[in-house]
Design a protein around this ligand. Structure first.
Ligand code: LLP
Length: 446
């Protein structure tokens, strides 16, 4: 269920027509629904009612401060994978004691920042990382709260780029390594064993792989328990899929019920790291049609959003529904077209061979299910300013990120110093030109 519905043929974001938002805030534009974000978080939270748990939203899916702030107000925890994400969580008012820090390549600075901030746990992904965390903690005169991210070697049956729980993935430590490392960690005075974690992949559309992973992690936790190693929490990771086209993933209620059952006898707290399921269908990308171009036998709908704004179709071959924001034209015809952006790459497309009503230049198209890994994966390729993001709440609009300007894009860059002119050559005109070139682009174009 989401709050992007048609009324009178026109697509609304909660109570506002998407076309009007595109007109007012420009395109490409990410639009998020506050009601949908709130609803998704609450549904997942309630699905685990009855067991002690913390929903730690995976910041990487959509890290806008307004989105993080909304979840923080609901009482959410956060799953982070960088110092930058921790910085965002703190900025947004998130509680560091509900933060889990995952990721295979934490730097000393990031480890120190996390310990300083007082995060709940660092999910450790290798023996050398465990050693590093111990050194950094000792240097700071602290004990680092840790969990090992165990790789349960379960196939999540999803896209290979987003499978993470197989033996040959770079993530986590094997069950055997975990068996060896936990007793060492338990003996290390700079470390405090808090939990055990796993995460097997993303966009998973059946409950089975989750349950297989939990079974293996739980069996390991029991074994270690016999050696006196106790876990205050078990982190089941994220990965629950959503409907982009015709996938039928389990409803969060079904997912929650399965987890509750599998962990009914686990005495500690359960942590979850959901990303996509909370934000994916709570966001759309609005884009304007620039041209309809026929080339050979193909038709291209050229729009002002590109792979730099939403990379999922080019990168994963992902499907996103695309529709007209406004009402369909009477008697308009259907075409089969590739929806493409202005970037100089043949892989720059949002959809291929898509049946759609023939749009006209100036029409606003809506790319659905763009709330997760949409803006968060966007870039400035081709020196394109990143899109604006707005959060709609009923009839109110909060600009969560203003559109970048060209000046934003060169902030932090510097041209070379003007070459030293040889004697007799550096007339005032040459010097003026050199100075002018050193000005930021914004000043040059006025
Ligand atoms: N926890 C960890 C340790 C993760 O690596 C991830 C996602 C999550 C939680 C959240 O997973 P989710 O609930 O969102 O499935 N860019 C890709 C998805 C990459 C997911 C990476 N890890 C995409 O656009 O499909």
């Amino acid at each position: 269920m989401n709050h992007f519905q048609r009324k009178g043929g026109v697509l609304l974001a909660e109570d506002l027509p998407v076309e009007a938002l595109a007109e007012r805030y420009g395109t490409p534009l990410y639009v998020y629904s506050t009601a949908t974000l709130t609803r998704h978080w609450k549904v997942l939270h309630r699905s685990l009612a009855g067991i002690r748990h913390v929903v730690c939203y995976a910041v990487k899916a959509n890290s806008n401060l307004a989105v993080l702030g909304l979840f923080a107000r609901l009482g959410s925890g956060f799953d982070i994978v960088s110092g930058g994400e921790l910085f965002r969580v703190l900025r947004a008012g998130g509680d560091p004691r509900k933060v889990v820090f995952s990721g295979v390549g934490k730097t000393d600075e990031e480890i120190a920042f996390a310990l300083e901030a007082g995060v709940r746990v660092l999910n450790v992904e290798s023996a050398p990382e465990l050693a590093r965390i111990s050194i950094v903690a000792r240097r700071m005169g602290r004990r680092a709260p840790i969990a090992l991210r165990v790789n349960p070697d379960v196939d999540p049956r999803t896209h290979p780029y987003i499978s993470t729980g197989l033996r040959d993935n770079k993530f986590g430590v094997s069950v055997d390594d975990a068996r060896r490392l936990y007793p060492l960690a338990a003996k290390d005075p700079a470390l405090e064993v808090k939990g055990i974690a796993c995460h097997i992949g993303s966009q998973i559309t059946t409950v089975r792989p989750f349950l297989d992973a939990i079974d293996r992690v739980l069996a390991l936790a029991k074994d270690l328990g016999r050696q006196g190693i106790r876990f205050a929490h078990l982190d089941v990771g994220g990965g629950l899929g959503i409907t982009y086209k015709d996938e039928a993933p389990p409803h969060p209620d079904e997912y929650g019920a399965a987890i509750r059952k599998a962990l009914a006898r686990f005495p500690g707290e359960v942590l979850l790291e959901p990303g996509r399921v909370l934000v994916g269908n709570a966001g759309i990308l609005a884009t304007k049609v620039l041209y309809v171009k026929r080339s050979g036998r193909k038709t291209f709908v050229v729009v002002d959003a590109a792979m730099n704004d939403l990379v999922r179709p080019s990168y994963y071959g992902a499907h996103h529904e695309i529709e007209l924001a406004g009402a369909a034209r009477e008697g308009g015809r259907e075409i089969t077209a590739d929806v493409v952006g202005p970037i100089c790459e043949s892989s720059d497309f949002l959809a291929k061979r898509r049946r759609m009503p023939e749009p006209q230049p100036g029409d606003v198209l809506v790319v659905r299910s763009a709330g997760a890994y949409g803006f968060a994966m966007s870039s400035n390729y081709n020196t394109r300013p990143r899109a604006a993001e707005v959060l709609v709440d009923g009839r109110r609009v909060h600009v969560a990120r203003r559109r970048e300007s060209w000046a934003d894009l060169v902030r932090g860059e510097r041209t070379l110093p003007a070459p030293k002119a040889r004697a007799g050559q550096a007339g005032p005109a040459v010097r003026r030109r050199a100075r002018r070139q050193a000005l930021p682009a914004s000043r040059r174009i006025g």
